[in-house]
Design a protein around this ligand. Sequence first.
Ligand code: A3P
Ligand code: MG
Ligand code: MG
Length: 406
Amino acid sequence: SPESINQSNPLLQLQNLHPYPNLSTPPKSIPFQQPTPLTSFSYDSDHVLHFNDSALRYYRSPPPNAQLGYGYERWIRRPEDRSRIDSLLRGVDRVTALSTGSTNTDANSMKKMNLADVGVVAWRGVVTRILTAPYEDREGWEMNVMLVNGTMYLEEHRTEAQIIEKNDIKPHHRKMMYYGYAFESYCTTDTPSTHSHHLPSNAPSPHPPGWGGDVDTNIQWCSIVRTKLGDIKFIIGGEVDCVQGQYKEGTTDTFVELKTSMSIRGAADEAKFEKKLLKFYFQSFLLGVPKIVVGFRSPSGQLTTTQSFNTIQIPRMVREKAQAGRRGNANATSNTESLAWNPSICLEWGYGFLTFLKQQFCRETQDDPSLREEPDSDSAGGGEDLNATVWRVNFVPREGARVTKL
Ligand code: A3P
Ligand code: MG
Ligand code: MG
Protein backbone atom coordinates (compact mmCIF):
# COMPACT_ATOMS: atom_id res chain seq x y z
CA SER A 1 0.00 0.00 0.00
CA PRO A 2 1.19 3.56 -0.58
CA GLU A 3 1.22 4.19 3.15
CA SER A 4 3.65 1.40 3.95
CA ILE A 5 5.88 2.44 1.07
CA ASN A 6 5.90 6.01 2.27
CA GLN A 7 6.67 5.03 5.81
CA SER A 8 9.73 3.14 4.73
CA ASN A 9 10.97 5.85 2.42
CA PRO A 10 11.65 9.25 4.00
CA LEU A 11 12.12 10.86 0.59
CA LEU A 12 8.65 9.81 -0.53
CA GLN A 13 7.30 11.05 2.76
CA LEU A 14 8.61 14.50 1.96
CA GLN A 15 7.38 14.31 -1.62
CA ASN A 16 3.77 13.82 -0.61
CA LEU A 17 3.73 16.63 1.94
CA HIS A 18 2.74 20.22 1.20
CA PRO A 19 4.30 21.83 4.25
CA TYR A 20 2.81 24.37 6.58
CA PRO A 21 3.76 27.91 5.53
CA ASN A 22 6.16 30.21 7.29
CA LEU A 23 3.79 32.90 8.53
CA SER A 24 6.48 35.59 8.70
CA THR A 25 7.63 35.29 5.06
CA PRO A 26 6.01 38.01 2.93
CA PRO A 27 3.56 36.18 0.65
CA LYS A 28 3.37 36.39 -3.13
CA SER A 29 0.07 37.78 -4.20
CA ILE A 30 -2.09 35.34 -6.17
CA PRO A 31 -5.01 37.08 -7.90
CA PHE A 32 -8.53 35.91 -7.13
CA GLN A 33 -11.24 36.61 -9.68
CA GLN A 34 -14.59 38.07 -8.67
CA PRO A 35 -17.01 35.09 -8.57
CA THR A 36 -19.89 34.94 -11.07
CA PRO A 37 -23.00 32.86 -10.36
CA LEU A 38 -23.71 30.07 -12.85
CA THR A 39 -26.88 28.64 -11.35
CA SER A 40 -28.73 28.23 -8.07
CA PHE A 41 -30.90 25.63 -6.41
CA SER A 42 -33.04 25.04 -3.35
CA TYR A 43 -33.46 22.22 -0.87
CA ASP A 44 -37.02 21.82 0.41
CA SER A 45 -38.12 20.65 3.87
CA ASP A 46 -37.43 17.04 2.84
CA HIS A 47 -33.97 18.14 1.72
CA VAL A 48 -34.95 17.37 -1.87
CA LEU A 49 -33.11 19.44 -4.46
CA HIS A 50 -34.96 21.67 -6.94
CA PHE A 51 -33.36 23.84 -9.56
CA ASN A 52 -35.33 26.90 -8.54
CA ASP A 53 -35.14 29.71 -5.99
CA SER A 54 -38.01 28.60 -3.75
CA ALA A 55 -35.76 28.64 -0.64
CA LEU A 56 -34.35 32.11 -1.35
CA ARG A 57 -34.80 34.54 1.57
CA TYR A 58 -34.70 38.34 1.67
CA TYR A 59 -32.85 40.43 4.23
CA ARG A 60 -34.48 42.81 6.68
CA SER A 61 -33.11 44.25 9.93
CA PRO A 62 -33.76 42.08 12.97
CA PRO A 63 -35.78 43.55 15.85
CA PRO A 64 -33.57 44.97 18.62
CA ASN A 65 -33.00 42.68 21.60
CA ALA A 66 -34.53 39.69 19.81
CA GLN A 67 -34.52 36.45 21.82
CA LEU A 68 -32.53 33.94 19.79
CA GLY A 69 -33.70 31.03 21.91
CA TYR A 70 -37.25 31.50 20.64
CA GLY A 71 -38.69 28.42 18.91
CA TYR A 72 -35.83 26.15 19.98
CA GLU A 73 -38.18 23.23 20.76
CA ARG A 74 -39.61 23.43 17.24
CA TRP A 75 -36.27 23.36 15.43
CA ILE A 76 -36.33 20.76 12.67
CA ARG A 77 -32.71 19.78 12.53
CA ARG A 78 -31.19 18.07 9.53
CA PRO A 79 -28.84 15.38 10.79
CA GLU A 80 -25.15 15.74 9.99
CA ASP A 81 -24.12 13.49 7.16
CA ARG A 82 -21.22 12.96 4.83
CA SER A 83 -21.82 16.26 3.00
CA ARG A 84 -21.32 14.58 -0.35
CA ILE A 85 -20.49 16.42 -3.51
CA ASP A 86 -23.39 14.79 -5.44
CA SER A 87 -25.87 17.67 -5.50
CA LEU A 88 -23.11 20.08 -6.48
CA LEU A 89 -22.26 17.75 -9.38
CA ARG A 90 -25.88 17.87 -10.54
CA GLY A 91 -25.59 21.64 -10.66
CA VAL A 92 -22.23 21.52 -12.39
CA ASP A 93 -23.71 19.18 -14.98
CA ARG A 94 -26.30 21.80 -15.92
CA VAL A 95 -23.84 24.58 -16.50
CA THR A 96 -20.89 22.83 -18.11
CA ALA A 97 -20.18 20.89 -21.24
CA LEU A 98 -17.23 18.68 -21.95
CA SER A 99 -15.76 19.59 -25.30
CA THR A 100 -15.30 16.33 -27.15
CA GLY A 101 -14.55 17.77 -30.54
CA SER A 102 -17.96 16.93 -31.96
CA THR A 103 -20.13 19.72 -33.35
CA ASN A 104 -22.53 20.91 -30.73
CA THR A 105 -25.90 21.96 -32.04
CA ASP A 106 -27.48 22.63 -28.65
CA ALA A 107 -27.99 26.40 -28.43
CA ASN A 108 -27.75 26.31 -24.64
CA SER A 109 -24.34 24.72 -24.71
CA MET A 110 -22.98 27.91 -26.27
CA LYS A 111 -23.18 29.53 -22.85
CA LYS A 112 -21.86 26.52 -21.02
CA MET A 113 -18.48 26.45 -19.39
CA ASN A 114 -16.04 23.89 -20.69
CA LEU A 115 -15.53 21.45 -17.85
CA ALA A 116 -12.13 20.49 -19.20
CA ASP A 117 -10.87 24.00 -18.26
CA VAL A 118 -12.05 23.69 -14.67
CA GLY A 119 -9.31 22.79 -12.20
CA VAL A 120 -11.35 22.40 -9.02
CA VAL A 121 -14.97 21.58 -8.15
CA ALA A 122 -15.88 21.74 -4.45
CA TRP A 123 -18.27 23.02 -1.85
CA ARG A 124 -17.30 26.38 -0.41
CA GLY A 125 -16.66 24.86 3.04
CA VAL A 126 -13.93 22.63 1.65
CA VAL A 127 -12.15 25.51 -0.07
CA THR A 128 -12.49 27.63 3.10
CA ARG A 129 -10.77 24.87 5.07
CA ILE A 130 -7.90 24.76 2.59
CA LEU A 131 -7.41 28.52 2.52
CA THR A 132 -7.65 29.03 6.28
CA ALA A 133 -5.30 26.10 7.04
CA PRO A 134 -2.24 28.37 7.57
CA TYR A 135 -3.96 29.82 10.65
CA GLU A 136 -5.61 26.62 11.87
CA ASP A 137 -3.68 25.50 14.93
CA ARG A 138 -6.17 23.09 16.48
CA GLU A 139 -8.34 21.13 14.09
CA GLY A 140 -6.97 18.80 11.44
CA TRP A 141 -9.12 17.68 8.52
CA GLU A 142 -9.27 15.05 5.83
CA MET A 143 -10.59 15.21 2.32
CA ASN A 144 -11.01 12.95 -0.67
CA VAL A 145 -9.86 14.08 -4.07
CA MET A 146 -10.81 12.58 -7.41
CA LEU A 147 -9.25 13.55 -10.68
CA VAL A 148 -11.57 13.18 -13.68
CA ASN A 149 -10.58 14.52 -17.10
CA GLY A 150 -8.14 16.91 -15.50
CA THR A 151 -10.64 18.33 -12.98
CA MET A 152 -10.08 17.77 -9.27
CA TYR A 153 -13.23 17.06 -7.27
CA LEU A 154 -12.68 17.73 -3.58
CA GLU A 155 -14.94 16.34 -0.90
CA GLU A 156 -14.73 16.48 2.86
CA HIS A 157 -13.95 13.10 4.42
CA ARG A 158 -15.67 12.32 7.68
CA THR A 159 -15.36 9.04 9.50
CA GLU A 160 -18.44 7.31 10.91
CA ALA A 161 -17.21 8.26 14.40
CA GLN A 162 -16.93 11.93 13.44
CA ILE A 163 -20.49 11.96 12.10
CA ILE A 164 -21.80 10.35 15.29
CA GLU A 165 -19.87 12.90 17.35
CA LYS A 166 -21.26 15.78 15.25
CA ASN A 167 -24.81 14.55 15.86
CA ASP A 168 -24.27 13.96 19.54
CA ILE A 169 -23.54 17.51 20.65
CA LYS A 170 -23.97 18.78 24.19
CA PRO A 171 -27.31 20.52 24.84
CA HIS A 172 -25.52 23.78 25.63
CA HIS A 173 -23.63 23.71 22.33
CA ARG A 174 -26.77 22.67 20.47
CA LYS A 175 -28.56 25.72 21.81
CA MET A 176 -25.74 28.01 20.72
CA MET A 177 -25.95 26.53 17.24
CA TYR A 178 -29.65 27.25 17.25
CA TYR A 179 -29.03 30.93 18.05
CA GLY A 180 -27.36 31.23 14.64
CA TYR A 181 -30.41 29.86 12.84
CA ALA A 182 -32.86 31.91 14.92
CA PHE A 183 -30.89 35.00 13.91
CA GLU A 184 -31.41 33.98 10.27
CA SER A 185 -35.14 33.74 10.92
CA TYR A 186 -35.30 37.21 12.50
CA CYS A 187 -33.25 38.68 9.63
CA THR A 188 -35.17 37.29 6.67
CA THR A 189 -38.54 37.05 4.96
CA ASP A 190 -39.66 34.91 2.04
CA THR A 191 -40.73 37.84 -0.11
CA PRO A 192 -38.73 40.85 -1.23
CA SER A 193 -39.82 43.91 0.67
CA THR A 194 -39.54 47.55 -0.15
CA HIS A 195 -39.00 48.18 3.56
CA SER A 196 -35.61 47.23 4.87
CA HIS A 197 -36.80 47.48 8.46
CA HIS A 198 -39.21 45.38 10.36
CA LEU A 199 -42.76 46.72 10.30
CA PRO A 200 -45.44 45.44 12.65
CA SER A 201 -47.87 43.31 10.70
CA ASN A 202 -51.63 43.68 11.00
CA ALA A 203 -52.33 39.99 11.28
CA PRO A 204 -52.25 38.69 14.84
CA SER A 205 -49.28 36.41 15.31
CA PRO A 206 -48.33 34.11 18.16
CA HIS A 207 -44.70 34.84 17.39
CA PRO A 208 -42.48 37.67 18.61
CA PRO A 209 -42.17 40.68 16.27
CA GLY A 210 -39.89 40.05 13.34
CA TRP A 211 -39.89 36.27 13.61
CA GLY A 212 -39.38 34.96 10.06
CA GLY A 213 -40.72 31.47 10.67
CA ASP A 214 -39.66 28.37 12.60
CA VAL A 215 -36.25 26.96 11.83
CA ASP A 216 -35.95 23.98 9.50
CA THR A 217 -32.34 23.40 8.58
CA ASN A 218 -33.29 21.08 5.73
CA ILE A 219 -34.24 24.17 3.75
CA GLN A 220 -31.36 25.90 2.01
CA TRP A 221 -30.70 28.11 -0.97
CA CYS A 222 -27.41 27.51 -2.74
CA SER A 223 -25.49 29.31 -5.40
CA ILE A 224 -22.91 27.81 -7.72
CA VAL A 225 -20.26 30.25 -8.88
CA ARG A 226 -17.26 30.25 -11.17
CA THR A 227 -14.06 31.95 -10.15
CA LYS A 228 -10.31 31.69 -10.56
CA LEU A 229 -7.32 31.65 -8.21
CA GLY A 230 -4.12 32.32 -10.14
CA ASP A 231 -4.46 30.09 -13.21
CA ILE A 232 -6.80 27.58 -11.53
CA LYS A 233 -10.46 27.81 -12.52
CA PHE A 234 -12.94 26.86 -9.82
CA ILE A 235 -16.58 25.92 -9.63
CA ILE A 236 -17.72 26.43 -6.04
CA GLY A 237 -21.12 25.82 -4.50
CA GLY A 238 -22.39 27.08 -1.18
CA GLU A 239 -25.37 28.16 0.86
CA VAL A 240 -26.32 31.82 0.69
CA ASP A 241 -28.32 33.03 3.70
CA CYS A 242 -30.26 35.77 1.90
CA VAL A 243 -30.21 38.61 -0.61
CA GLN A 244 -30.77 42.27 0.13
CA GLY A 245 -33.41 44.04 -1.96
CA GLN A 246 -34.24 42.34 -5.23
CA TYR A 247 -32.62 39.13 -6.35
CA LYS A 248 -30.49 39.79 -9.42
CA GLU A 249 -29.58 36.69 -11.38
CA GLY A 250 -26.01 36.52 -12.64
CA THR A 251 -24.46 38.68 -9.92
CA THR A 252 -23.58 38.14 -6.28
CA ASP A 253 -23.94 41.88 -5.50
CA THR A 254 -26.99 41.47 -3.28
CA PHE A 255 -25.89 38.32 -1.42
CA VAL A 256 -25.73 38.58 2.37
CA GLU A 257 -24.12 36.23 4.90
CA LEU A 258 -25.57 36.15 8.43
CA LYS A 259 -23.53 35.29 11.49
CA THR A 260 -23.88 35.41 15.25
CA SER A 261 -21.12 35.93 17.76
CA MET A 262 -20.81 36.59 21.47
CA SER A 263 -20.82 40.28 22.40
CA ILE A 264 -17.31 41.68 22.76
CA ARG A 265 -16.53 42.73 26.33
CA GLY A 266 -12.78 43.07 26.33
CA ALA A 267 -9.48 42.66 24.53
CA ALA A 268 -9.55 38.86 24.75
CA ASP A 269 -13.02 38.71 23.16
CA GLU A 270 -11.88 41.09 20.50
CA ALA A 271 -8.87 38.96 19.59
CA LYS A 272 -11.12 35.90 19.44
CA PHE A 273 -13.53 37.69 17.15
CA GLU A 274 -10.68 38.76 14.86
CA LYS A 275 -9.71 35.12 14.45
CA LYS A 276 -13.31 34.25 13.63
CA LEU A 277 -13.35 37.00 11.02
CA LEU A 278 -10.82 35.01 8.99
CA LYS A 279 -13.38 32.23 8.52
CA PHE A 280 -16.25 34.66 7.97
CA TYR A 281 -14.11 36.44 5.40
CA PHE A 282 -13.12 33.45 3.26
CA GLN A 283 -16.49 31.75 3.56
CA SER A 284 -18.11 34.85 2.02
CA PHE A 285 -15.26 35.91 -0.28
CA LEU A 286 -15.24 32.55 -2.08
CA LEU A 287 -18.87 32.88 -3.16
CA GLY A 288 -18.55 36.60 -3.85
CA VAL A 289 -20.83 37.54 -0.94
CA PRO A 290 -20.12 41.25 -0.41
CA LYS A 291 -21.81 41.75 2.94
CA ILE A 292 -21.74 39.98 6.30
CA VAL A 293 -24.25 40.93 8.99
CA VAL A 294 -23.13 39.86 12.46
CA GLY A 295 -25.60 39.65 15.30
CA PHE A 296 -23.81 40.01 18.64
CA ARG A 297 -25.57 38.26 21.48
CA SER A 298 -25.43 37.70 25.20
CA PRO A 299 -24.48 34.26 26.59
CA SER A 300 -28.19 33.54 27.05
CA GLY A 301 -29.05 34.37 23.45
CA GLN A 302 -30.33 37.94 23.54
CA LEU A 303 -29.37 40.00 20.54
CA THR A 304 -27.39 43.05 21.70
CA THR A 305 -26.13 44.76 18.53
CA THR A 306 -26.01 44.10 14.83
CA GLN A 307 -23.03 45.15 12.74
CA SER A 308 -22.55 44.82 9.04
CA PHE A 309 -19.15 44.29 7.40
CA ASN A 310 -18.07 44.77 3.82
CA THR A 311 -16.38 41.48 3.08
CA ILE A 312 -13.51 42.86 1.02
CA GLN A 313 -12.68 45.47 3.65
CA ILE A 314 -12.24 42.95 6.46
CA PRO A 315 -8.52 42.26 5.81
CA ARG A 316 -7.75 45.98 5.89
CA MET A 317 -9.74 46.36 9.10
CA VAL A 318 -7.70 43.61 10.72
CA ARG A 319 -4.44 45.15 9.44
CA GLU A 320 -5.30 48.62 10.71
CA LYS A 321 -6.19 47.21 14.07
CA ALA A 322 -2.76 45.58 14.30
CA GLN A 323 -1.07 48.86 13.35
CA ALA A 324 -3.08 50.77 15.94
CA GLY A 325 -2.10 48.12 18.50
CA ARG A 326 1.60 48.64 17.73
CA ARG A 327 1.30 52.42 17.97
CA GLY A 328 -0.61 52.17 21.23
CA ASN A 329 2.00 49.93 22.77
CA ALA A 330 5.22 52.00 22.81
CA ASN A 331 7.13 49.31 24.71
CA ALA A 332 6.53 46.68 22.05
CA THR A 333 9.70 45.59 20.28
CA SER A 334 9.57 47.46 17.00
CA ASN A 335 8.75 44.68 14.54
CA THR A 336 6.50 42.45 16.60
CA GLU A 337 3.89 41.23 14.15
CA SER A 338 0.59 41.56 15.92
CA LEU A 339 -1.38 41.04 12.71
CA ALA A 340 -3.97 38.36 13.38
CA TRP A 341 -4.01 37.07 9.80
CA ASN A 342 -3.09 37.99 6.27
CA PRO A 343 -5.33 36.67 3.46
CA SER A 344 -2.44 36.68 0.97
CA ILE A 345 -0.71 33.97 3.00
CA CYS A 346 -3.89 31.90 2.71
CA LEU A 347 -4.27 32.41 -1.04
CA GLU A 348 -0.62 31.64 -1.71
CA TRP A 349 -0.66 28.52 0.43
CA GLY A 350 -3.98 27.31 -1.00
CA TYR A 351 -2.80 27.90 -4.56
CA GLY A 352 0.45 26.08 -3.80
CA PHE A 353 -1.42 23.19 -2.22
CA LEU A 354 -3.78 22.71 -5.17
CA THR A 355 -0.93 22.94 -7.66
CA PHE A 356 0.98 20.38 -5.60
CA LEU A 357 -2.06 18.05 -5.59
CA LYS A 358 -2.39 18.27 -9.35
CA GLN A 359 1.32 17.55 -9.79
CA GLN A 360 1.07 14.49 -7.56
CA PHE A 361 -1.74 13.16 -9.73
CA CYS A 362 0.04 13.87 -12.97
CA ARG A 363 3.11 12.05 -11.72
CA GLU A 364 0.97 9.09 -10.67
CA THR A 365 -0.86 8.93 -13.99
CA GLN A 366 2.44 9.02 -15.85
CA ASP A 367 3.65 6.11 -13.75
CA ASP A 368 0.45 4.16 -14.20
CA PRO A 369 -1.21 4.41 -17.65
CA SER A 370 -4.31 2.60 -16.42
CA LEU A 371 -5.20 5.73 -14.43
CA ARG A 372 -5.40 7.90 -17.54
CA GLU A 373 -8.91 9.09 -18.19
CA GLU A 374 -10.38 9.12 -21.64
CA PRO A 375 -12.70 12.07 -22.23
CA ASP A 376 -16.19 10.72 -21.71
CA SER A 377 -19.03 13.19 -21.53
CA ASP A 378 -21.18 10.85 -19.43
CA SER A 379 -18.77 10.27 -16.61
CA ALA A 380 -18.02 13.79 -15.48
CA GLY A 381 -21.22 14.96 -13.84
CA GLY A 382 -22.92 11.69 -12.99
CA GLY A 383 -21.63 11.39 -9.45
CA GLU A 384 -22.11 7.69 -8.94
CA ASP A 385 -20.14 6.50 -11.95
CA LEU A 386 -16.98 8.39 -11.08
CA ASN A 387 -14.71 5.38 -11.09
CA ALA A 388 -11.63 7.51 -10.77
CA THR A 389 -8.90 6.82 -8.26
CA VAL A 390 -9.40 8.59 -4.96
CA TRP A 391 -6.66 10.29 -3.04
CA ARG A 392 -6.89 11.19 0.61
CA VAL A 393 -5.54 14.48 1.91
CA ASN A 394 -4.71 14.69 5.57
CA PHE A 395 -4.08 18.11 7.06
CA VAL A 396 -2.23 18.33 10.36
CA PRO A 397 -1.94 21.80 11.95
CA ARG A 398 1.60 23.19 11.93
CA GLU A 399 2.79 20.30 9.80
CA GLY A 400 1.01 20.55 6.47
CA ALA A 401 -1.15 18.54 4.10
CA ARG A 402 -0.15 15.03 3.15
CA VAL A 403 -1.61 13.16 0.19
CA THR A 404 -1.88 9.38 -0.22
CA LYS A 405 -3.54 7.24 -2.86
CA LEU A 406 -6.43 5.13 -1.53
P1 A3P B 1 -23.65 31.27 13.09
O1 A3P B 1 -23.31 31.66 11.69
O2 A3P B 1 -24.38 32.31 13.78
O3 A3P B 1 -22.48 30.73 13.81
P2 A3P B 1 -23.66 29.80 8.44
O4 A3P B 1 -23.22 30.90 9.33
O5 A3P B 1 -22.55 29.11 7.74
O6 A3P B 1 -24.71 30.32 7.53
O7 A3P B 1 -24.34 28.69 9.35
C1 A3P B 1 -25.49 28.98 10.10
C2 A3P B 1 -25.40 28.34 11.47
O8 A3P B 1 -25.10 26.96 11.35
C3 A3P B 1 -24.29 28.89 12.31
O9 A3P B 1 -24.69 30.04 12.95
C4 A3P B 1 -24.02 27.75 13.28
O10 A3P B 1 -24.91 27.78 14.35
C5 A3P B 1 -24.27 26.54 12.43
N1 A3P B 1 -23.02 26.04 11.88
C6 A3P B 1 -22.47 26.34 10.70
N2 A3P B 1 -21.31 25.71 10.52
C7 A3P B 1 -21.10 24.99 11.63
C8 A3P B 1 -20.07 24.10 12.07
N3 A3P B 1 -18.99 23.83 11.32
N4 A3P B 1 -20.18 23.54 13.28
C9 A3P B 1 -21.24 23.81 14.05
N5 A3P B 1 -22.24 24.63 13.69
C10 A3P B 1 -22.18 25.22 12.51
MG1 MG C 1 -25.65 29.79 5.91
MG1 MG D 1 -24.68 32.33 8.08
